[in-house]
Ligand binder design. Structure first.
Ligand SMILES: NC(=O)c1ccc[n+]([C@@H]2O[C@H](COP(=O)([O-])OP(=O)(O)OC[C@H]3O[C@@H](n4cnc5c(N)ncnc54)[C@H](O)[C@@H]3O)[C@@H](O)[C@H]2O)c1
Length: 253
């Protein structure tokens, strides 16, 4: 087996579409044995079929303790260990402090924040027994920059950034590295929903691309490449780090 992740056992959450799909496929191409997981079982199956025979699909809802535990048991049963947890599953939550609903707030925090925690909690014992376990959390430019009409989403992604740093300190003594990636606007279904909410979706897309100094929206592959780096042994002395992969969006004042 060859590749930068040769033989590493990995779980990717929210891998049925968008960025998660590309992370799973990139991990697979680098020789990892990938559990392609999603709450949407059919999409996880489709993505697993796009990977090599060593990948497999798992139904995994990060809001459900039993589902998380079952996925960990599945991985342990197949391979006896886990090397990489890619915590990618997440949802948007539009709304200002006054317009966001409590129901939307609770749903997004359950997936984006508690989901990341549940996965770290249950993966931890398996990662400890690996020879250098890695957790990579999907944060956002919204982790460290405010976005209009996104107060709740800002809250969830700010939490992911700080959970990454806190868990990195705990993980250091257990041989687990914990880092996060902070994408700019990435051309996925999630970004498309935001554009479609605007009066002129095509103009909103062009405007969003232009806001990135490198002149385009990000592609899922741009983010998947950063996940590969953090998952690989090339990053063995990096923990608690947050990497902006945003075409320069947050470089200015
Ligand atoms: N697209 C962007 O511009 C952008 C920017 C910054 C950060 N992000 C983050 O990247 C991650 C992936 O976003 P995307 O753009 O690929 O979105 P996406 O909507 O294409 O994919 C999200 C995936 O998560 C899955 N999911 C939703 N709820 C789940 C649950 N309870 N348990 C397990 N899986 C669940 C969905 O089924 C879907 O496959 C998210 O955490 C998002 O916040 C996206």
């Amino acid at each position: 087996m060859t590749g930068r992740l040769a033989g590493k056992v990995a779980i990717v959450t929210g891998a049925g579409s968008g960025i998660g799909r590309e992370i799973a496929r990139r991990f697979d191409r680098e020789g990892a044995l990938v559990a392609v997981t999603d709450v949407d079982e059919e999409s996880a199956k489709r993505v697993a079929a796009e990977c090599s025979d060593s990948a497999w699909s798992v139904h995994l809802d990060v809001t459900d303790d039993a589902s998380v535990a079952a996925a960990m048991a599945d991985v342990e049963g197949r391979h006896g260990r886990l090397d990489v947890l890619a915590n990618n599953a997440g949802v948007t939550m539009r709304g200002s402090a006054t317009s966001v609903t409590e129901q939307a707030w609770d749903v997004a925090f359950d997936i984006n924040v508690k989901g990341v925690w549940r996965m770290m909690r249950d993966a931890w014992p398996l990662l400890v027994s690996s020879d250098g376990g890695v957790i990579i959390n999907q944060a956002s430019v919204a982790s460290h920059r405010g976005m209009p009409n996104n107060v709740g989403y800002n809250g969830t992604k700010g939490a992911v950034l700080m959970m990454t740093m806190g868990a990195a300190l705990d993980g250091a003594k257990d041989g687990i590295r914990v880092n996060c990636v902070m994408p700019g606007y990435i051309d996925t279904q999630m970004a498309e929903v935001v554009f479609q909410e605007q009066p002129d979706p095509a103009a909103a897309r062009i405007e969003a691309a232009a806001a990135h100094p490198l002149g385009r929206l990000g592609a899922p592959l741009d983010i998947a490449n950063a996940f590969v780096f953090f998952a690989s042994d090339e990053a063995e002395w990096i923990t608690g780090a947050s990497l902006a992969v945003d075409g320069g969006l947050t470089a200015g004042i």
